[in-house]
Design a protein around this ligand. Sequence first.
Ligand SMILES: NC(=O)c1ccc[n+]([C@@H]2O[C@H](COP(=O)([O-])OP(=O)(O)OC[C@H]3O[C@@H](n4cnc5c(N)ncnc54)[C@H](OP(=O)(O)O)[C@@H]3O)[C@@H](O)[C@H]2O)c1
Length: 294
Amino acid sequence: MTAHHRAPVTVIGLGAMGSALTRALVAAGHPTTVWHRLPGPVDEPVATGAVHAATLVEAVSASPLVVVCVMDHRAMREIVNSLGDAPADRVVVNLTPGSAEEARQTAEWVAARGVAYLDGALLTPPAEVGGEQALAFYAGPKQVYREHEATLAALGGSATYLGEDVGLPALYEVALCGVLWSAWAGLLHALALVSAERVATADFLPHATRWLEQVVAPCVPGLTADVERRDYPGTTLGREAVAIERLVAASRARGVDEGLPGYLLARTEQAIRHGHAGDGFASLIEVLRSPAAE
Ligand SMILES: NC(=O)c1ccc[n+]([C@@H]2O[C@H](COP(=O)([O-])OP(=O)(O)OC[C@H]3O[C@@H](n4cnc5c(N)ncnc54)[C@H](OP(=O)(O)O)[C@@H]3O)[C@@H](O)[C@H]2O)c1
């Protein structure tokens, strides 16, 4: 498709993310109309080639595809409530972050107004929107997604369609953020430990990086396969518990917070009580799924 034939798109909300979305769409050659609640941030998108619509209804009328990225789902609903006599044959792509439950409720709310709805999650900072590293998830009616897939590709290099359940992008997002925070917290705990012995964090850094790349990341497919099969080979939890106890003790000895390894030890011991002493680390999933079962 040549730039002359790129589909028109409207972007609602010109915060940091909305502005980045606009830049990416304009750069990809899409005729882009923008609307923002307050007059402030329209100059930059207009300077890059976007058209500023004076009203929300005008903005929605300008393009069949309307991308919304605002503060939260409440703001999103206020916008949908204000659509007035804008044409109903629009597709709204909601990139506003929220929970899976909010996404499902918003989808119903939007559908009640006769507007098609796709939900999406962009796991990327504004500066990387449109780039190869951008990670994007979408869900909603398959045919609607396929119709607009090429346009949405302008927002992120790696987009995945997750199916009809519009709650899934938010669920993927929060689950992946959980992986990120747990990994980061583990690293920070390690840095606290070694720096307590005056080890320069820069000296530790190459080893932490190698550990993450060569040991931690390569285990992800195997752990996931174990969870899928509910069969947990590998170093046994009994042995892991002894090693985790050493981490708790090392933290305590240096006055470093032992909450993180302490939590791991508690769950490992719980899994052992549940009969997983001879199973591998992935068997922790059993107590994570049923934490109340002592
Ligand atoms: N920035 C990041 O790095 C990043 C990365 C990923 C996800 N996110 C998330 O993406 C969302 C947007 O991020 P952002 O950085 O663009 O936030 P932002 O710069 O604070 O912008 C929020 C936008 O929401 C609009 N808004 C709020 N309430 C509204 C309402 N009732 N009606 C219409 N518009 C309304 C604001 O308009 P007004 O100016 O008129 O209030 C503004 O355009 C946030 O939930 C944020 O947490 C941000």
